[in-house]
Design a protein around this ligand. Structure first.
Ligand code: ADE
Ligand code: ZN
Length: 325
């Protein structure tokens, strides 16, 4: 439609998306068939999730099928293609090594395979992408420290940040456990982005800021429950990578009318719009803008400001950022 075309035309970046959320159903069905593995449910209902825990469990199954270099490169190329189709000029994309059974103990090979897809994409004129490598909430502090040591040893130019994702509800308070690893990553020049305020309340966001040194918060929406926290986000201009469709599909909020993204924006918190797990959750970047426009009556100035926030909040280098104004 004309409205989606307008959303595509906004100069913007995506700062919160997971490669684990980019599998096409027919591709998974084909890989499963080739491996002689049954689908967990019929293909038409493959992407029906009961909530975050069920969703994360599915990621392990899907990622387990991506067991060759070509499959990873196909996935990363496909993400860059979606980005271009949405009119974005850059993305920080998250992947979490724990989900990828076939690649355990082979992080450098995994990053190289994803990098090959992104390089091919750039060669074809698709947007550049930075990688955020993620710790899972349920891992130990030692496992997080080991991941950081590997990232520092690799110094791969594609890797821009350390991340933490997964389910905060089952892992309890994880900020203290990962504080050392995040401090070391920061000192080594990696940026830091932290899932919080999705499956945790405001306390997860406080920890992300005070214990993990977060440059950006993934989701962060439940910060709305604590006015002092909202004030801190505004004062420090810490950006949130908000994913409205994800929050509805995974049942964090029942509707956009209940979702706090516009209240956070009006309070002065830097908010961007993102897809989280675009294919699995049925989200597109231009669609997120269009739905917020419709739900909150955003005019062109607001849309442009949110899009600009996405660029400012990204870990893109200054040259790329300048090109996205
Ligand atoms: N991994 C992929 N998507 C996620 C989400 N929405 N929350 C936590 N971990 C995730
Ligand atoms: Zn996420």
């Amino acid at each position: 439609t004309e409205q989606l075309a307008r959303m595509r035309a906004l100069p913007k970046a995506e700062v919160h998306a997971h490669l684990e959320g980019c599998f096409e159903p027919h591709v998974l069905a084909q890989w499963a068939q080739e491996a002689g593995i049954a689908l967990p449910r019929p293909q038409e209902r493959l992407f029906e999730f009961a909530g975050l825990a069920d969703f994360l469990h599915f990621l392990d199954w899907a990622c387990g099928l991506a067991n060759t270099r070509d499959r990873l490169a196909q996935l990363s190329y496909g993400y860059a293609k979606r980005l271009a189709d949405s009119g974005a000029g850059y993305a920080d994309v998250i992947f979490n090594p724990t989900h990828w059974d076939a690649w355990h103990g082979r992080l450098p090979a995994m990053v190289d395979a994803l990098d090959a897809g992104f390089k091919a994409a750039e060669h074809d004129g698709l947007p550049p992408v930075g990688l955020c490598v993620s710790v899972l909430r349920t891992q130990t502090g030692d496992a997080a420290a080991e991941l950081v040591d590997q990232l520092i040893a690799m110094r791969h130019p594609r890797v821009v940040a350390l991340s933490v994702d997964g389910n905060e509800a089952t892992a309890g308070r994880t900020g203290p456990r990962f504080a050392d690893a995040f401090a070391k990553a920061g000192a080594a020049g990696l940026r830091r982005t932290v899932h919080a305020g999705e499956s945790s309340g405001p306390e997860g966001v406080w920890d992300a800021i005070h214990l993990l040194g977060a440059d950006r918060i993934d989701h962060g929406v439940r910060a709305i429950e604590d006015p002092a926290l909202v004030a801190l986000l505004v004062e420090r201009q810490i950006p949130l990578g908000v994913c409205p469709t994800s929050n509805l599909v995974l049942r964090v909020y029942p509707s956009l009318q209940d979702h706090p993204v516009d209240r956070l924006r009006l309070a002065g918190v830097p908010v961007s719009l993102n897809t989280d797990d675009p294919v699995l959750l049925g989200a597109s970047l231009e669609g997120e803008y269009a739905q917020c426009q419709a739900a909150y009556g955003w005019n062109d100035d607001v849309l442009r400001a949110v899009a600009q926030t996405s660029v400012d909040a990204s870990f893109a280098n200054p040259d790329i950022k300048r090109g996205l104004r």
